[in-house]
Design a protein around this ligand. Sequence first.
Ligand code: ADP
Length: 237
Amino acid sequence: MNNSARAIEVRDITKIYRTGAVEVPALRGVSFAIEHGEYVAIMGPSGSGKSTLMNLIGCLDRVTSGSYLLDGVDVSSLDDDALAEIRLKKLGFVFQGFNLLARTDAIRNVALPLFYAGVPSRERNTAALERLAEVGLADRATHKPTELSGGQQQRVAIARALVNNPAVLLADEPTGNLDTQTSDDIMRLFGELNAGGRTIIMVTHNEEVAAHARRVIRLRDGLIVADDRSPSALPVS
Ligand code: ADP
């Protein structure tokens, strides 16, 4: 993590999808900064540009114009290989559907990003066990996803997202597949991770889930229409 830089800084970004002769402006000039230690929810109605923004922040796509600095690195001009490397180093992803390897135990699921990063096996396993402990699942390391509840599977996915010590944890509807009780558990875990200093950005359409974040950015028609911090929302330093 680059302490002298902001976690995220986007300046006047646009994203225009071109399909044949038709141009769809999905983001029409969006600027904001997120400091290290913030916990931000991105909300907005369907079609407002949430997924587009997450894909850009997640370095899965490129802006049409404007600039994007991730942890101090200008990623707007990087090629595909460099973007993949940045994703591995600086980002952790949590998805609605957990996206775990079904036949692989928890520890190896968590270690997967380190495998791709070329980290030796012993180091991978140590880091994976530490992260499983951080999400309260140290005693489930050798269980396969099918032997775990939905909430436990999402915890494994969160441990996987944290295993490379990312500058930013990106979550896309992280509780979308969970019942209310389990959803509350996962939100409590996010709160704890944030209190421990983790920077979290999550997309959700659920106001109750978003209320756990300490800042809510609202999109409509490709523009930010609100950006509110809750009164106690000082970034953890
Ligand atoms: P949200 O996630 O808030 O539902 P999206 O970012 O998916 O919004 O979409 C924003 C706008 O961009 C919508 O009008 C959508 O139809 C359009 N869009 C999204 N992805 C593509 C694509 N790959 N090609 C063309 N248009 C797209």
